[in-house]
Design a protein. Structure first.
Length: 144
């Protein structure tokens, strides 16, 4: 499973990761070896090419708490995920036994323990936003 975090855009009806540069944007394609840059676009060119652009964060529901989810390549091999607690979610800090305001308030669990998984998408400034704000990946225990 791919837990996403970053800027994405729809180019030629396909979703790509995007990264800002001093003069515009780079468009990347995901390959088996990682991300490969496929386009360099200036700020004026990007508006003609990108149909929609947004920032993606992946969240999950675990034990009744909404948590940010991420995964390194090592965790992916082990089918595990890292869940980060929200700074002001004091109930979650109490439940998981962390002192308040701990910088790395996170836990590692098995991927299959997640109750729900979804992406939250926020519009990138100066770009059209033509996608759902929330995209569910797993809901009520079932993958969609």
């Amino acid at each position: 499973m791919n837990f996403r975090f970053g800027s994405y855009g729809v180019v030629k009806e396909k979703e790509h990761q995007m990264g800002g540069t001093e003069k515009g944007w780079k468009i990347y394609e995901e390959t088996s070896t990682g991300l490969e840059p496929i386009m360099n676009l200036t700020n004026s060119e990007i508006k003609e090419v990108v149909l929609s652009a947004y920032f993606v964060r992946t969240y999950c529901m675990y034990k009744g708490f909404k948590l940010f989810v991420s995964q390194t390549s090592m965790l992916k091999e082990q089918k595990k995920v890292r869940l980060n607690l929200n700074n002001l979610d004091f109930a979650a800090y109490d439940y998981f036994g962390f002192p308040y305001r701990k910088d790395d308030a996170s836990i590692v669990i098995n991927e299959n323990e997640l109750e729900e998984i979804w992406e939250e998408r926020e519009r990138l400034a100066r770009f059209p936003f033509k996608v759902e704000k929330i995209k569910y990946i797993k809901k009520e225990g079932d993958f969609l």
